[in-house]
Design a protein around this ligand. Sequence first.
Ligand code: PMP
Length: 390
Amino acid sequence: MPMDAPGDAVPEAPFDWTDAEARRRAAAGLVRTLRPRPADADLLDLASNDYLGLTRHPEVTGAAAGAARRWGAGSTGSRLVTGSTALHAELERELAAFCGFEAALVFSSGYAANLAVLTALGTRGSLLVSDADNHASIVDGCRLSRAETAVVPHADPQAVRKTLGAHPGRRALVVSDSVFSVDGDAAPLGALAGACREHGAALVVDDAHGLGVLGEGGRGALAAAGLAGAPDVVATATLSKSLGSQGGAVLGPARVVEHLVNAARTFIFDTGLAPASAGAALAALRLLRREPDLAGRARAVAATLHARLTAAGLTAVRPDAAVVSVRAPSPEQALRWAADCRAEGVAVGCFRPPSVPDGVSRLRLTARADLDGEQIDRAVAVVLRTAPSC
Ligand code: PMP
C-alpha cells in the first residue's frame, strides 16, 4: 500500500512537535534562555535568593571547602546507605533547635523535601488542601501523592475551613507556602492553623522564603506565628536561600521525621546532600544565630525598596519578607525592563507566564541584608529609569 493512501497518517519524526512548541513560545514572547552568571560581575544583585548575603561569606565558603576536604565532594550514596555524615546529623540537630521543632531531616533540595512530605504523609484516601499560589514543588508533591487534592483560592482560610468541613473524618493536610515566592506576600498561618484545628487536620508550611527572614532572629514564619514545634505542624525549608547553600529540610515532630526516613521516596532513593552544602548551611545557621539582626535588616531593605518604588508611581505588592514584586504591563515589557536593568548594572528577576498562572508579569526584586544605602539608591534609580511607561 502506498504511504500516502487515504487514512494513513504520516508519522511525525521524534521530537518534531518540540519545534511547534518553540514557535508557539516565540510567538507569545515566552522564550526562556539560560545565561551563565559571571563569577565576579559588577552587577548589583537583586535577583537571587541570597537574602542575607551569606553565600559568599568567608565562613560559609570556608566551611564548604573544609567539609569537602574532610568528607569528599559528594556524599557517595543515599542517606540510609553511605550518604549521612556527622555533619548532616549536626545540621539536623541545630536546624531543629534554632527553628523550635523537635526534629529535622535534611534533603538534597527543598523540592525533594516538599515531595517527601506530600507523598509520604498524603496517603491514599486522605485529602490535601493546597493554596492556588503554592510553589511548583508543592503542586508536584500533590500530584505524586495518592491523596485527593483540593486547590483552594489564595490565602483564604475560610475556603480551607469549608473544604475541610465537606470531608468530615477524613485524614487531611493543609499545605501552604509561608511567603509566596512570586508576590512575596505571607500566608495567614494563624488562621490556617485555626481552620486545621477545628477539623483535626495537620498543617504543612513551606518556609523557603521565611527561614532567615521572618521570626525572631530569622527563626522562620512558624516561629513568628507561634506554631513552631506544635504537634500538628510540619515545616519544609530550603538551605539555598537565606542560608546561602543548597539543599532542603523538613522540620516537625520526631515521629513524622522517623516516618519520612522510612517512607519518603525522595529521601530513601536520592543521594544525600553533598557534605560541602551541609557544612555551608551549618556555618550560615551559626552566623545567623550570632547575628540576629540579619533577618530584620533584610526585611527593612525590602520595605525601603517597596516604599521608594511605589512613591514613584510603580505598582508593587507590600512585602511581608524579602521579596518585592513589581507589576509589569506585559511579558515582553517585563523582559525588556529586566534586560535594561541588567544593562545598567542591576540584576532583577522577571516572572512571566507560565511561572505566574494569573497572567500578570512582574519584576521580582529581592532584598539583601547586606545592601547599603548607596546600593539601594542605585537599584531604585535604575528600576525607575528603565520602567516602561504604563
Ligand atoms: N519552595 C519554594 C516556595 C521555593 O521558592 C523553592 C525554590 N525556588 C523551593 C520550594 C525549592 O527549593 P530548592 O530550590 O531548594 O529545591
